[in-house]
Design a protein around this ligand. Structure first.
Ligand SMILES: NC(=O)c1ccc[n+]([C@@H]2O[C@H](COP(=O)([O-])OP(=O)(O)OC[C@H]3O[C@@H](n4cnc5c(N)ncnc54)[C@H](OP(=O)(O)O)[C@@H]3O)[C@@H](O)[C@H]2O)c1
Length: 283
């Protein structure tokens, strides 16, 4: 059933740039009352002002999803200002490109804290109010990396697989409750994501394949709010890549090997190891 956005209270975490920012603008344009959250207060304030100057309603609440109590404070500010929350979009995320052998515990934990624990805590906060209302829609922005894992993406792909599992499990728990859960899986999108990501390799990966415009993902999120679906894949070849990864692993492995060659060149940590196949070959 198609819903309407006008008058709905829409929380967007990760709204200071990229997909979240564009999504917040589109919901505001459709008459949603938008609460924008992320860490950078200046970015949030200018987005809030842009929405208000265009005749919309908006509230900016600086929020770090990894800081204790800040997601609860975001919920409190939303209820104080708008009295309810109808659509809650979890879009905060950071990326990382590194060999598993180069990934420290602290780096792995950081990716998990933002991408998974942030989403988990935000789902709990949204549900606290949505259960009182008996209605609501949680939209978690995951990634194609939530369905298959390319090399050098272990931390990011693992966190997004976990976001997919959380979304699926929660959606099934909530059947019959009036509350929906959706997961959005974009492919490569043209945002600041690659500038913000932790990269332990030369370059940042923008040139591997061309990126989609951010509006395409924001539009898919709006469409999902209007006609809720459990899962939405937003990428030109996304479905085919998933089929390839799941049904034809040898072909997908060849694609992954090509990706690795482009991203990492000829270097391989196991070639540099002092013991093991490389060292044995030399003796
Ligand atoms: N770009 C892509 O190719 C791509 C592809 C698939 C999926 N995605 C996913 O799409 C989502 C949005 O990414 P994007 O591409 O729009 O990148 P982006 O422009 O870098 O946006 C990331 C957002 O997350 C926020 N954020 C990061 N850490 C946070 C924290 N600790 N607490 C609160 N907010 C935090 C950032 O704001 P502050 O820095 O102000 O906190 C920013 O608003 C992410 O979940 C990402 O994994 C992106």
């Amino acid at each position: 059933m198609r819903r309407s956005i006008a008058g709905k209270v829409v929380v967007v975490i990760g709204a200071s740039s990229g997909i979240g920012r564009e999504t917040a603008l589109r919901f505001a344009h459709l008459g949603g009352h938008v609460v924008v959250a992320a860490r950078r207060p200046d970015r949030l304030a200018s987005l809030r002002d842009e929405i208000i100057h265009a005749g919309g309603k908006a509230l900016a609440v600086p929020t770090d999803v990894t800081a204790p109590g800040q997601i609860e404070r975001l919920l409190g500010a939303t209820l104080e200002h708008f009295g309810r929350t109808d659509i809650w979009i979890n879009c905060a995320g950071i990326g990382m490109v590194a060999w598993v052998t180069d990934t420290t515990d602290a780096e792995m934990r950081r990716i998990w804290e933002v991408n998974f624990m942030g989403t988990f805590h935000a789902c709990q906060a949204a549900l606290e109010q949505m259960m009182r209302q008996g209605s609501g829609h949680i939209i978690n922005v995951s990634s194609l990396a939530g369905r298959f894992a390319l090399p050098l993406n272990s931390a990011y792909a693992a966190s997004k697989h976990a976001v997919n599992a959380l979304s699926q499990s929660l959606g099934r728990e909530l059947q019959g409750s009036g509350i929906r859960v959706s997961v959005i899986m974009p492919g490569l999108t043209d945002t600041e994501f690659f500038d913000a990501m932790v990269s332990k390799l030369p370059g940042r990966g923008r040139s591997v394949v061309s990126a989609m415009p951010v509006g395409r993902v924001a539009e898919a999120i709006v469409r999902c709010a209007l006609r809720p679906r459990d899962q939405v894949i937003v990428a030109p070849l996304g479905r085919w890549l998933i089929v390839l990864a799941e049904a034809f692993p040898p072909i997908f492995n060849a694609v992954a090997r090509r990706y690795l060659d482009v991203r990492a060149g000829a270097g391989r940590p196991w070639l540099d190891a002092e013991v093991g196949p490389a060292a044995e070959r030399e003796t």
